[in-house]
Design a protein around this ligand. Structure first.
Ligand code: PMP
Length: 384
């Protein structure tokens, strides 16, 4: 057997299951209707934000934060972020992925236990694995199942064993919103800290886009918040918001922070401008959520299943992998760009098209898209 035959075999197996991934250049050239972007508010191309980035006199930061990568803009941005979230401290990471990896691996030890929603993002799962902590998964958004796991584990809890409940506020592939108030209540009853990844909620939910916890008025109950500058804020980078002492823990112990080159100052200047915009135009998030609600209704009128979405992320449930790919291909012939999401990103048997509604869309276009999805679903045999 040649040395790379195993790779060929692996790729062939993936292809036969409809699971092979291929990179392709995104055809978003203005002629197509794009539903793949997490640039929810359209800020990545906003003239003020592009201008803020271009005003930077530095692109790369040149070194990691603990060497010489910490510039005025890093400190300034983190203070600004903490003030925005009304929390004592913030720390930026190279990406949202790295923020979750760093926070979980630094905060948890192998003697601790994390109770995570079954559908949390890969970055949270990888962080848990890196920490070596015990990992219990509760059924997606099922508070009763979390309560059961916490109660069961209580009898065997060792002195000093730290507990963490880890969830997202808006789930990236279902677009549904976590029952955060109930989850937080349970965590407090069991002396567990709460981590909420607000990656998809920031800029959209809550006052001035501060997220779901802020919307529910329970931000003070969330010990650890993570998120990204790369979605609604239209820039790049990850973030942690919480206490000063946890920030200091991360600076000392979070390997994805310590060993990664500091975020480019240009990205932070752009994100600073995004924050200003999101704070000054308070209706952006609600406008987006209204558009998404319109789109869900239009899809349902076509007989399509949109899952439990309550956000700008609207999945059209398909089930079978190859069928989802065929549906996406069919829509592409109508200049509608949407991706089939398959395992392992989502559980087996739940392949879907994930539509990201953004402020680049409008009601008319969303109605027309829903019609086209209905037609395509009939032509590939998903609907009668
Ligand atoms: N958390 C969640 C819930 C996400 O969906 C993502 C991005 N897919 C991340 C974290 C990672 O963020 P980033 O893209 O900035 O690495």
């Amino acid at each position: 057997m040649r040395s790379e035959d195993w790779i060929t075999e692996l790729l062939e197996k993936l292809a036969s299951e409809g699971l092979e991934r291929r990179l392709s250049v995104h055809p978003a050239d203005g002629a197509v209707c794009d539903f793949t972007s997490n640039d929810y508010l359209g800020l990545s191309t906003h003239p003020d934000i592009v201008a803020a980035m271009q005003a930077s006199n530095m692109v790369g930061a040149g070194a990691s934060r603990l060497v010489s990568g910490t510039r005025d803009i890093h400190e300034f941005f983190e203070q600004r972020l903490a003030q925005y979230f009304e929390k004592p401290a913030a720390l930026v990471f190279g990406a949202g992925y790295l923020a979750n990896l760093g926070l979980l691996s630094a905060w948890l030890s192998r003697n601790d236990t994390v109770f995570a929603d079954r559908l949390v993002h890969a970055s949270l799962i990888d962080g848990i694995q890196l920490s070596g902590a015990k990992h219990q998964r509760f059924r997606h958004n099922e508070v009763a199942h979390l309560a059961e796991l916490l109660a069961k584990a209580s009898t065997a809890r060792k002195p000093g064993e730290r507990w963490l409940v880890a969830v997202e506020s808006v789930y990236s592939m279902d677009g549904d919103v976590a029952p955060l108030a109930e989850i937080s209540q349970l965590a407090r009853e069991h002396d567990a800290s709460l981590l909420v990844d607000e990656a998809h909620a920031l800029g959209v939910f809550g006052p001035a886009g501060r997220g779901v916890a802020a919307e529910l008025g329970i931000a003070d109950q969330v010990a650890l918040t993570t998120g990204t500058l790369s979605k609604a804020f239209g820039s790049y980078g990850g973030l942690f918001v919480g206490s000063t002492i946890v920030r200091q823990l991360l600076v000392n112990r979070a390997r994805p922070f310590i060993y990664n080159t500091a975020l480019p100052p240009a990205m932070l200047l752009a994100a600073l401008e995004s924050l200003r915009l999101v704070e000054s135009q308070a209706d952006l998030g609600q406008r987006l959520l209204d558009l998404a609600a319109h789109f869900r209704r239009a899809l349902q009128q076509q007989g399509l299943q949109v899952g439990p979405s309550a956000s700008q992320i609207v999945p059209v449930m398909v089930g079978e992998n190859q069928l989802a790919v065929r549906l996406a291909d069919e829509l592409l012939t109508h200049d509608i760009v949407v991706k089939a999401i398959r395992p392992p990103t989502v559980p087996a048997g739940t392949a879907r098209l994930r539509f990201s509604v953004t402020l680049a869309h409008n009601e008319l276009l969303l109605s027309q898209t829903a019609l086209a999805v209905g037609q395509a679903a009939r032509s590939v045999g998903l609907l009668e």
